[in-house]
Design a protein. Structure first.
Length: 253
């Protein structure tokens, strides 16, 4: 049964939505389809590149164009599913999910959110390192530092444009709203943030999860309070841009 007693402080409150939005089994099927599209098309693309000797295994250990193209293929495949299914699943158009023309308030939320996200991620990483002696983002930092030439520009586009757009539609537009149908806003914020952190896991990269969960909390709050995916996209993009700047320009981990 859908819980309808959640605060209506946000235009995203379930009290304002049709009762059959984000039905749990449809949401689960939709999430499974996204997972399949996230894995199968890029794996096939990389396997084809390897088969025809277009790339080497070493290329896949850096942010090479092969890896960047495979990630873009993954995003494209998932976006096809999102465009085809999400409005029907939500019983609302994309504009009601917050994907609309930007407003001045979206810019304010986005910039303020980015500052808070940098602070939250840094504090979470420092606390994790102090308590568990586990550093954050070691894998991504080394991969980014080993990237050369035009692939750096490709990575910046991926990190600061493509990823913020796709991941906000997915994790805030879908995952957060699906949780919000069945639980209080604070619980939906936390669970969607955990999902956001876990999906970024890579072998040897467990240290990135906690800081990303902290960042995911900020992104969900920005989205919930602003009612705008554009605002959370701005926050996400500026945070990633700051991270790339720190690693490539300031040469810090």
């Amino acid at each position: 049964m859908v819980k309808t007693s959640i605060s209506a402080r946000s235009q995203l409150s379930p009290t304002l939505w049709p009762p059959d939005a984000f039905v749990w089994w449809r949401s689960l099927a939709f999430g499974s389809a996204l997972l399949i599209m996230a894995l199968v098309p890029p794996v096939l693309a990389l396997a084809t590149m390897l088969l025809f000797h277009l790339v080497t295994l070493q290329d896949l250990r850096t942010f090479s164009w092969a890896a960047i193209v495979a990630q873009l293929i993954s995003y494209a495949a998932q976006l096809v599913v999102i465009v085809a299914v999400l409005p029907s699943l939500a019983k609302r158009p994309f504009s009601a999910l917050g994907l609309r023309a930007p407003r001045p308030s979206d810019l304010v939320w986005g910039i303020a959110g980015a500052a808070v996200m940098v602070l939250a991620g840094s504090l979470a990483a420092a606390l994790q390192e102090a308590v568990f002696h586990l550093k954050a983002d070691e894998v991504q930092v080394q991969m980014l530092r080993s990237t050369r030439g035009s692939a750096i520009a490709g990575f910046v586009f991926l990190a600061c444009v493509a990823a913020p757009f796709f991941e906000e539609v997915t994790f805030r537009g879908f995952v957060f709203n699906a949780f919000l149908r069945y639980m209080p806003a604070w619980a939906a914020v936390i669970l969607s943030a955990v999902a956001f952190g876990l999906v970024h896991w890579l072998p040897g990269n467990a240290g990135a999860i906690v800081p990303l969960v902290a960042g995911g909390v900020v992104l969900a709050v920005v989205y919930y309070r602003s009612g705008s995916l554009v605002a959370s996209m701005i926050t996400h993009s500026l945070f990633n841009l700051f991270t790339v700047f720190v690693v490539l320009v300031l040469h810090q981990s």
